[in-house]
Design a protein around this ligand. Structure first.
Ligand SMILES: [Ca+2]
Length: 500
């Protein structure tokens, strides 16, 4: 790390730059975090069921916030985006440097989070149809997709309700908008969703601010708790739209080769302001000590607006840029504030985590595929069992720029165990192997040099697919035309040359 980046990272807080491991590796905490940790009210609050505020950002890339710049190999925080309030929140909790969404796009990640189950259990593999892109470029017939979360699934809101919680879904749901699939049909007492396209209402109100207002109202109304606020922002998803005054601020700022879109930077700053507003409200109502705050994104960033560098790829891919996301958890008096955790965790872990924190039993007959991360938060790391984590994406996602052409992904699956990651592409059975710790950018495919490791990981992946009943597309698509693929590539190259 360059000295300039090192100093900048240090100035952001007291968290470790290179410390591996979890809560037990915490360094000296920053003053506000330490005061939270020692707070007497926190001790009193620990006897009550905690409130949950889950701040969920749509398409927020791994390097779109400052705090992920503390992860080893990240190259430091963005020099363009500004997220002081999100970084402050992260410093008061545990930063997870290897946190993953369950899928590289919106709906499946949300279905996994709300159900606590991997995608094959509920069948929500992608957004809309799995047959995206041009038919004559698809070699296989992909697995059909489901768009509504099955009513038999016990949602996290339903499980918490049995423990006396009041819940709100504010913002994006994406798991069915008709009865019986709406949030209020699925255990949420309060729901609020925008009634307009884009990020501005007819009256000019910015959506991030509107959702924040609704979240604040819910907190105020339920201050006696326990409550679960699922604050699911539409930012920073397309359309890239932001408040004029913030765009102007970033237009005056020096861009760099990876982050340079003033409107996108302004969208991120509005999210940062939202986080500040919610944290201030918790302080004002004296709820901070008894409220667990989660910060998470549903998939990697949109390649035409941001960059996850040094990670490879972007939203829609099983490379790290598509699935590794910013994550922090603040749990005053319990979580080891100011620490980094490098143990891989994934979206399905939130459900069992919240149940453990709340002392609410697991719903009977409902399979939970994740593992509670309470042990990782509280320095009882031995409580956390080593395991592999998996992705199953038997669908096509079309490219949205020429660099990706023709696909962001073809049907694929992946497994991560320890530092190793294997990706399997179902069209041709291709296997790619990466050592994520040594090669965060997935530049060196080690599948030829380490065939035994490939075999070991592939066996784990195959066994997992059997366990969860994951279908693999094998049927050839009769519309597939290899010539169309070659011609399309040639045309794309020609267009690029003409532009240059
Ligand atoms: Ca998304």
């Amino acid at each position: 790390m360059k000295r300039r980046d090192f100093l900048k990272a240090i100035s952001l807080g007291a968290a470790s730059l290179t410390m591996p491991g979890c809560a037990e590796s915490a360094l000296q905490t920053s003053a506000p975090a330490a005061s939270l940790l020692r707070s007497k009210t926190a001790e009193a609050a620990s006897k009550k069921k905690p409130n949950f505020v889950f701040i969920f950002i749509d398409d927020l890339g791994w390097k779109d916030v400052g705090f992920t710049g503390r992860a080893p190999g990240s190259g430091g925080p963005s020099r363009y985006y500004e997220t002081p309030n999100i970084d402050k929140l992260a410093d008061q909790g545990v930063i997870f440097t290897n946190a993953y969404s369950n899928a590289p796009n919106c709906a499946p990640t949300r279905a996994c989070l709300i159900s606590g189950q991997y995608t094959p259990r509920h069948g929500i593999y992608t957004v809309g149809t799995s047959e995206r892109g041009r038919a004559n470029l698809r070699k296989l017939i992909p697995t059909p997709n489901t768009t509504n979360l099955n009513s038999k699934v016990v949602t996290i809101a339903e499980a918490l309700k049995s423990g006396g919680y009041t819940s709100a879904c504010i913002g994006k749901w994406h798991l069915g908008n008709k009865e019986p699939y709406r949030p209020k049909d699925r255990g949420f007492d309060v729901e609020f969703e925008r009634k307009h396209a884009g990020h501005f209402s007819k009256e000019g109100k910015y959506l991030t601010d509107r959702l924040t207002d609704e979240g604040i109202q819910f907190i105020e109304a339920n201050r006696d708790g326990p409550f679960f606020l699922y604050l699911s922002h539409h930012a920073v998803h397309t359309p890239i739209q932001a408040k004029k005054e913030l765009i102007e601020k970033y237009e005056k700022k020096m861009p760099n080769d990876v982050h340079n879109n003033p409107t996108y930077a302004a969208m991120i700053e509005s999210v940062d302001e939202s986080v500040a507003t919610v944290m201030d409200k918790l302080d004002e109502l004296r709820l901070t000590d008894n409220t667990v705050v989660f910060f998470f994104s549903d998939n990697g960033g949109y390649a035409n607006a941001t960059s996850m560098a040094p990670l490879r790829g972007s939203k829609g891919m099983l490379y790290e840029g598509g699935i590794r996301v910013p994550m922090a958890v603040r749990w005053p008096g319990k979580a080891n504030a100011g620490s980094l955790c490098d143990v891989p965790v994934i979206g399905i872990d939130f459900y069992p985590t919240m149940l453990e924190m709340a002392g609410v039993p697991k719903p009977s007959g409902h399979i939970l595929d994740g593992q509670s991360i309470v042990g990782l938060l509280t320095a009882k790391k031995s409580k956390f069992k080593k395991r592999a984590i998996f992705w199953h994406f038997p669908a096509y996602l079309e490219a949205y720029n020429e660099k990706q052409w023709p696909w962001r992904t073809t049907p694929a699956g992946a497994v991560r165990q320890g530092n190793w990651k294997l990706i399997e592409f179902f069209e041709d059975g291709k296997l790619e192997l990466y050592n994520i710790e040594d090669d965060i950018g997935e530049k060196n495919d080690l599948s030829d040099t380490l065939p035994d490791k490939v075999k070991e990981l592939h066996r784990i992946l195959v066994e997992w697919r059997k366990d969860v009943g994951a279908p693999i597309p094998t049927q050839k698509n009769p519309q597939y035309d290899p010539k169309a693929r070659a011609a399309g590539r040639k045309n794309a190259r020609a267009r690029k040359k003409k532009r240059n």
